[in-house]
Structure formats: structure tokens, C-alpha cells
Design a protein. Structure first.
Length: 234
């Protein structure tokens, strides 16, 4: 009988311990993840955010940007100037450590708004041909020591239904979609990859933008434009 009583109180202690730690971690999670959300609901911040989002949405429609949510902070997040900060993933406003100042969510959205305004005022049109760079990690030798190496490829994609799109063999679109764009475009899914270079072994991280000037890339772009001009004349 005594053992049953000890067992009962032991279970009570475990239950209270779980309740305490559960409450502690729950409060910690709320403070870490929801404080920014709660502050965002303050009337003056909510008013600024709604006005900002309303204008951004109108400009996105003018530029033909599809299915964008309120996490968008760049016209082209895969553009080489933004790509190193984008890191292959969508921007999440409450994962950002900065809540006030120039790196806050509202500041980044304001920068995006100004970028959209500029493009609309200048009558921006996405290019019909876009050059990108695909990079992938690989281990040349199956060993446990040493760092992985990086393979680089240059991709050329053409806009769907453009003069360069007629009857051309398509490549892996998803591979292009995750590549670093050397030419800025709003909707990567509007493009089809038609050419991929051989592996470029002499590329360094800081030289990605210069890959567009490589001989084989320039020759392909020139042949692409030359052939299509002849076809259009006919």
C-alpha cells in the first residue's frame, strides 16, 4: 500500500514538472516568435503596413508579378545582387532578427515598394533572354575528410512565347529557377532553359557575374539572336 502512495505522489510530481516546463517553454516560444507579431498589430503600425501593402499589390499587378505574398522584398530575389542574402529560401518576416531600423520588415518592404515604383515609372519590361548561373556541391572522392567542391554551370533561358522560344528544346526549369540570375526578371517560371554550358572549373565565388562574359556564352547568345533575326525576316 505504501508503494502505491509513493507511486501516486511520484506521478503527481512528474505531472507538475511537465506542466512547469511546458509552460516555461511555451512562454519562451511566445516571447521569441510572437512579440514581433503582437507589436505589428499596434494601430499605427497596422495602418502603415496596410497602406504599404495596398500600393505594392497594385504595382505588382501592373508589372505582371504573380502569386506574391507579403513576404516579398525584392523584384527578383534570385538576382545575383540579392541572391547571397536570399539563400535558396523564401524570406520570412518574423524570422528576421531586426524589427526596428533599416533592416526591419517595414523598411525592407518600403525598399521593395520604391523598387516597384521605379520600374513602373520607367516602363520596365522583363528581358526575353536571361542568363543564370547554377552552382551545386559535390564530393569528388567518397571520403570523410575535406570540404565539398562547387560545380558551376551557365544557363540561358528564354521567355515563353517570345521570338526565341519557337521550337526549342527545353531543359530543367526547376534547376534554372533556383539559379543565380545575371539578368533581372520578375517571374522565373515564365522562362524555359534552352542551353547549359559545360562545367566551369575556374570560377570563384566572387566572379559569378563575370561568367556572362565567357566566350562560349557570348557565342551562344550571338548565334541565338542571329538565327532568330534571320527567321523573323523570312
Amino acid at each position: 500500500m505504501q508503494s502505491n502512495k509513493e507511486s501516486f505522489w511520484e506521478q503527481v510530481r512528474v505531472a507538475f514538472a511537465l506542466l512547469f516546463f511546458g509552460t516555461f517553454w511555451g512562454i519562451k516560444w511566445l516571447l521569441k516568435n510572437r512579440t514581433k507579431w503582437l507589436i505589428d498589430q499596434l494601430p499605427h503600425r497596422a495602418k502603415v503596413r496596410k497602406r504599404q501593402n495596398r500600393e505594392i499589390k497594385a504595382l505588382e499587378e501592373q508589372l505582371g508579378l504573380k502569386k506574391r505574398d507579403e513576404n516579398a522584398i525584392w523584384y527578383d530575389p534570385y538576382y545575383c545582387k540579392h541572391y547571397k542574402h536570399f539563400v535558396h529560401s523564401d524570406y520570412k518576416r518574423y524570422n528576421d532578427d531586426s524589427f526596428f531600423g533599416p533592416n526591419s520588415y517595414l523598411a525592407k518592404r518600403q525598399g521593395y515598394l520604391e523598387e516597384l515604383r521605379e520600374k513602373v515609372s520607367k516602363g520596365w519590361r522583363d528581358p526575353e533572354i536571361v542568363v543564370s548561373v547554377e552552382s551545386e556541391f559535390y564530393y569528388p572522392v567518397p571520403t570523410f575528410k575535406g570540404l565539398p567542391k562547387i560545380r558551376y554551370y551557365v544557363l540561358v533561358a528564354v521567355k515563353v512565347n517570345s521570338v526565341y522560344d519557337c521550337g526549342r528544346k527545353k531543359r530543367n526549369l526547376l534547376k534554372y529557377y533556383s539559379a543565380s540570375h545575371l539578368d533581372e526578371c520578375g517571374n522565373p517560371m515564365d522562362y524555359d532553359v534552352i542551353w547549359e554550358s559545360k562545367e566551369i572549373e575556374d570560377c570563384k565565388n566572387g566572379d559569378i557575374a563575370t561568367l556572362k562574359k565567357r566566350k562560349e556564352v557570348i557565342e551562344f547568345l550571338n548565334s541565338l539572336r542571329k538565327v532568330d533575326k534571320v527567321e523573323n525576316i523570312k
